[in-house]
Write a protein that binds this ligand. Sequence first.
Ligand code: ADP
Ligand code: XUL
Length: 537
Amino acid sequence: MAAGADSCFLGFDFSTQQLKVVAVDGNLEVIHQNSVQFDSELPEFRTHGGVHIHEDKLTVTSPALMWVKALDVLLEKMRNTGFDFSRVKAISGSGQQHGSVFWRKGARRTLNQLDPQKHLHHQLQECFAVRDSPVWMDSSTSDQCQCLETAVGGAQRLADITGSRAYERFTGNQIAKIYHSKPKEFSETERISLISSFASSLFLGDYAPIDYSDGSGMNLMDIFEKQWSRVCLDAAAPQLAERLGDLTPSTAVLGCVSLYYTERYGFAESCNVVAFTGDNPGSLAGMRLQEGDLAVSLGTSDTVFLWIRGPRPSVEGHIFCNPVDCSAYMALICFKNGSFTRERIRDECAGGSWECFSSALRATPMGNNGHLGVYFDVMEITPHFAGVHRFNAEGQRVASFEHEMEIRALIEGQFLAKRVHAEKLGYKIIAGTRVLATGGASSNKDILQVLSDVFSAPVYIIDVTNSACLGCAYRAVHGLEAEAGASFTETLRNAPEPQLAVRPAPGAQEVYAPLMLRYAALEDQLLKDHQKSQHLL
Ligand code: ADP
Ligand code: XUL
């Protein structure tokens, strides 16, 4: 790569509970990590888990000034460890997706004239027209979602334009709520940023544009034209285009850091700021997902990330512009029934032992002799129903399975669902497809074997603690090289590779191809039953 080993790149992540940073050197080795926990290190903001949950339990916000102060504290912590800011060639970063920051009229001038003698949070305290920013955990905008879908011509039509049907946490619906509930604050707002573009604005000392990838999480952007959608803007609030500013490619160099950082911390005047993006897009970069790859995170909830070219937006899941390749897309699907459901079945059928759970997977055949199960202990997001449903090889409902059969039915069901919904969004398994696994359950090789068999693809594991930060440090490196036409993959050719964990067993494709069709039909039927029962109530 072009940069010398003594150069350095920073990736920040303004996440829900903390602000984190990772520094990599010119060889892409991690050389520094640091963080500020909002609850414990900034107790004056009185957050729990980084947020305030309001009385209605639906409204969830965080003080914008807390994020500013966290940056003051983080940079000071770095300086106190002797971190040499003059080596930093470029920075980038990410933010929790969907959250919004409402800058008050005059804030741009303050950003332009930051005084290096003073903390940022002292200078920016009057800069927010709405002090408490709505964040992704907010689910108070059902009415606004309804209005947006109606204005556009329905949920599927909205997904066709913006990549997602209306979601309560998506920024357009949050802005519409502020416009109606706080008209005075809205009229005092000169600029609305996402948390990612707000963070890059702090570094630039000027308003930073919203990048295509994080911009896709707003229900406002046409993800194919990469422009604001006029019909969506008009449905949300008046004069929104000027308040949102222009969009930018996620790989763009936005400019150099403000002199504030040069004079206060010793950054080089030439240190570049590469567009910030959302934390999930940042993780895609950190996991080094490539074209055709699919990443499965098996944590508290399960998440599937896909790299796709010809997306087919649907009323399930989300399509975002790809953060590292402007001509591609990524899909994100969240499943609520992940580890807790696996733990319940482990406790009921394997005496609480992952080892016994694994033995059951080894002792049962691929395809479970036709026994299939759907295990949604809590209301699932995709598809939207709940309950435990078991079926025998003849497709008849049964009340229970033997323990070992139950364990395999759970894991196969979870992975069949992931494949079915990935394919619904346009994903295709081709020769060379890799499945990248991460999260707590990716330490279990027998679970990974089922994943590999169901997807008929090799599974690689990747340690992605701080994947969003690391991904953004990589994006900072790539930002400089992208201008000369280098792809993200070329830039990262020397970074540590994911490790091969398991390959599909012979015959897996023949077993799971027909099971996929059966599972998809079953899920459709269960969803219809659920919708019917809701209607009757
Ligand atoms: P989070 O989403 O909170 O970051 P993690 O990715 O750390 O969660 O995953 C934690 C989960 O990993 C635990 O809840 C546990 O169910 C699961 N886990 C840990 N070890 C194993 C194992 N050997 N087999 C299956 N699941 C495991
Ligand atoms: C994604 C989402 C969350 C946030 C917070 O749609 O809402 O993952 O990005 O991490």
